[in-house]
Every structure is written in structure tokens, then in C-alpha cells.
Design a protein around this ligand. Structure first.
Ligand code: NAD
Length: 421
């Protein structure tokens, strides 16, 4: 990737969209910067009695359309730039789906795989102690992201309730069911992407069955593989941080999920079930119809975008394709269903969880799936039509769609900015 921060690169997409709309310069100025990013150093007691500190952030990027919403990532490479970029994407994602939220994000610079369960719980609670005045059900609502899960959200919700002295389940989504979590949150990100591909399959020119490669085999990656395999599609390759496996006739998704549940890598299944080991960096160029990046940012870049053989990229990860790679993919007629639409099922069911917590009445799994399907298809169809009508990429169309809503809200807030400094 060329010089510049991750946020600079993300903002290229905002400029591209703005060129297709008559947008006031004030709107772009407001959306170019994070409203507030708080950095703290969390100190926790380790199991051996020593004290250790970890850098942590919470960013509230923009709250024009409602309280900020976004996950908390635990990752050794987390940075303030990454947190702000993820919060920028959340701002647009919530607007794409017309959810009454702005965008936020949080992170701790840590490799959680090196912590014991008790250390992980102390770190999760320390995060909430540090940020309890920033988050809140009407202010900023965290959720899981990379290397955080419902167990961690449960600890965090409990810590927040202790601090404010009352039950406040709507402060965090992605909680365990026993603490007010929603049915259907576990696979919501993948399921949203699955509904989208199913709905647009004919428009996308996709045949049946599809050959699918999945990069990253965590929450998003495992569920998309499971959902597509259950419909008779062939999962030809998957990878995780330790390697990849390949089987042109189809991988055994159940065996892969079992390996992950047992703490093994996908590559550990090589040699059985017809799985062959593959170098992880080769996954992007595997022969397939649909490539599903479900790991981290910038995985499809200038250096490997030309090797992509898929007709469609479904971005379940946030920011997996760089702007340079976008240009190469467009030249090669590869369609990209962009992150702010493709993986928005997660935040949509998080929104359902927040609504259910606030009303104290819980929906059935069928109701969750149906409401998610309706929103994914409605927004996906509108964005697809904009892309066709304007002759622009689906990504630019998604930004145009979101920017329209953000601009309308910024305008509706009134003109007080003219009077106060
Ligand atoms: P996760 O921690 O459950 O899984 C991440 C997976 O990526 C793991 O299997 C890990 O081994 C793999 N990985 C890491 N580095 C890799 C590499 N270099 N090559 C291949 N695989 C690698 O995380 P998740 O929740 O599934 O999130 C994955 C992506 O989806 C992230 O970009 C996240 O922001 C995005 N996302 C997640 C949700 C959600 O609800 N979980 C919602 C929206 C977007």
C-alpha cells in the first residue's frame, strides 16, 4: 500500500462518493475527522503477581445519526489509526443500513491468546472501568470484534452494571443470551452477507453451485462457510493466521469447525478429508467464483489483486481490499460487495439486541432472521440500483447511499454551528 495512514486511505472512498453528490463542503469537513478518540493505559494484575500495562482506545467518530456504535478489538497490532478508521467505517455502515447510530470503535493492544482466562477477564473489566464515562446505552455502545466474543461482552456488561449501580444491558451488544443477548447474533455478520449474495445472485451473474474461498476462519469466516455449504455450494479453500487448506472437490466444513473449536488451525486438517495444505498467501488466487475475505484489513492489495480469479468478492472483513486493489479488480471485472454493506448484518442484529434490551421483550430466531433479511435485501437492492444507474462501483454506491443520509442528518441538526465558535 502507498504512503499515508489507514484513515487517509479510507477517506479516498469518501471523496469518490462526494464527487457523485451535490454535498455541502461542511459535511465532508465534519466526516473527515474523528470527533473524539480517548487513549488510556490499562494496568492489570497478572496471574504470577506482576503488573502489566496495555494500551487501549475508544473512538466516537461521528454521532450525528445517534449514539456511536462499534466493536472492541483485542489485537497485538491495534493502533489509534486503525481504531479511528474502523470507527469511520462504522459511521458509514450504520448509515448504509439506516440504523439510528453513529460510528465508534475500541481496541486493546494485546495478544489475548497469551493471557489466561482470568487475566483476560481482568483486562476486559479494566477496559470498562477506564471507559465507563464514555460508553452508555444512549452514548456509545460497544460489541465484539476480532478476538473478542460474547463471554468478554458478558464480563464487560457486568462491570458496567456494577459501576452505574443498575442493570444496563443495552450498553453492550453481542452479550451471552443469559445476560440479554439476542438470538441470531452469533452468525449475523455472515448471515447478512449470505442473504445479500442470495438476493443479488442473478444480477451478479453467479451460477449454481458456487465455488467459494474463505480467508480467515473465525466468527465471520466459519459461519459463511457453514451457511453456503448447507445450500450445496463448495468451499474450496479456507485460511487462518497459521495457514490454509485447499480441496477443489470441497472441504469438510464440519471437520474444519471442529478443529477450530479444539484450538487447532485449519491447516491441522491437511492430509485428512481430502484436504491439501496451501500457503496462506495463495488463498487469494485460488480458482473460485466467490472470495470471502473474513480476516483483517489490507489483505487484498496491489501485489495480489491481479491474481484474483473469483467473479465476486464478499467483504465480510472490514477494509480487506485497498484502494489500489479496487482499481485492479475493477479492470478485471471482479465485483466487490463492500464491507459497509456486506458485513453490516452484525451491527444490524446488534441493533436488534439493543432494541430488545430497551423494550424488555425478546424476539424469536425466525423474527430476527426475517428482519435481517428484509433490511439486507432492501439496502442491498437500493445500492445495487444506484451502482447500475450511475455506472459506479458497488462500493462507491454504498458510500453515496450513506453519505446522502449523513448529509441529511447533519443539515437537520440546524445552523448552530454558524453562531458558536
Ligand atoms: P475472529 O477473531 O473471530 O476471526 C478472525 C480470523 O482471521 C481468525 O480465524 C484468524 O486466525 C484469521 N486471521 C488472522 N490473520 C490472518 C491472516 N493473516 N490470514 C488469514 N487469516 C487470518 O474475528 P471476526 O469477528 O470473524 O472478524 C473478522 C473480520 O470481520 C474483521 O475484519 C472484523 O472487523 C469483521 N467483522 C466482524 C463482525 C462480527 O460480528 N464478528 C462484524 C463486522 C465485521
Amino acid at each position: 500500500m502507498s504512503e499515508g495512514s489507514l484513515l487517509d486511505h479510507a477517506l479516498v472512498r469518501l471523496d469518490e462518493a462526494a464527487a457523485h453528490l451535490a454535498i455541502d463542503a461542511d459535511v465532508i469537513e465534519k466526516l473527515k475527522y474523528a470527533r473524539e478518540t480517548t487513549k488510556v493505559r490499562l494496568m492489570i494484575r497478572m496471574d504470577d503477581g506482576s503488573r502489566k500495562s496495555f494500551l487501549a482506545w475508544r473512538c466516537r467518530y461521528d454521532d450525528t445519526r445517534g449514539p456511536t456504535k462499534g466493536g472492541i478489538r483485542f489485537h497485538p497490532d491495534a493502533t489509534a489509526d486503525e481504531v479511528e478508521t474502523l470507527a469511520f467505517w462504522m459511521t458509514f455502515k450504520c448509515a448504509v443500513m439506516n440504523l439510528p447510530y453513529g460510528g465508534g470503535k475500541g481496541a486493546v493492544q494485546v495478544d489475548p491468546r497469551k493471557l489466561s482466562k482470568a487475566e483476560l477477564e481482568r483486562l476486559s473489566r479494566a477496559y470498562i472501568q477506564a471507559f465507563s464515562r464514555i460508553i452508555g446505552p444512549d452514548r456509545d455502545i460497544p460489541a465484539p470484534d476480532v478476538y473478542t466474543n460474547s463471554m468478554i461482552m458478558g464480563w464487560m456488561a457486568d462491570e458496567y452494571a456494577q459501576i452505574v449501580g443498575e442493570a444496563a444491558p443495552a450498553v453492550i451488544t453481542g452479550k451471552p443470551l443469559a445476560l440479554g443477548g439476542s438470538l441470531g447474533r452469533g452468525d449475523a455478520t455472515a448471515r447478512g452477507g449470505y442473504y445479500l449474495v442470495r438476493h443479488l445472485a442473478t444480477d451478479l451473474g453467479l451460477g449454481q453451485p458456487l465455488k467459494v474461498a474463505v480467508q480467515g476462519f473465525g466468527n465471520a469466516g466459519q459461519h459463511i462457510a457453514r451457511l453456503l455449504a448447507a445450500d450445496g455450494h463448495t468451499i474450496v479453500a479456507v485460511s487462518d493466521s497459521e495457514g490454509a487448506v485447499h480441496a477443489p472437490a470441497g472441504l469438510d466444513v464440519h471437520a474444519l469447525m471442529t478443529a477450530k473449536a479444539q484450538g487447532r488451525s485449519v491447516a491441522s486438517t491437511a492430509g485428512s478429508h481430502g484436504h491439501e495444505r496451501l500457503a496462506a498467501e495463495k488463498l487469494v488466487g485460488v480458482d473460485c467464483d466467490v472470495l470471502v475475505p473474513s480476516a483483517l484489513e489490507n489483505m487484498i492489495h496491489e501485489g495480489n489483486a491481479g491474481t484474483v480469479r473469483a467473479k465476486l468478492i464478499l467483504e465480510l472483513a472490514n477494509g480487506p481490499v485497498t484502494a489500489e486493489a479496487d482499481a485492479i479488480l475493477a479492470r478485471n471485472s471482479v465485483i466487490v460487495l463492500p464491507d459497509i454493506l456486506a458485513n453490516a448484518g452484525g451491527v444490524t442484529v446488534s441493533y436488534f439486541e439493543w432494541v430488545q434490551n430497551r423494550q424488555g421483550y425478546y424476539w424469536t430466531l425466525e423474527e430476527i432472521h426475517e428482519r435481517l433479511r428484509v433490511i439486507m435485501e432492501r439496502e442491498g437492492r437500493a445500492i445495487w440500483n444506484t451502482a447500475r444507474e450511475k455506472g459506479i462501483s458497488v462500493r462507491t454506491a454504498a458510500y453515496v447511499h450513506a453519505l446522502n443520509r449523513l448529509a441529511e442528518a447533519i443539515e437537520a441538526h440546524g445552523t448552530q454551528n454558524f453562531f458558536v465558535s
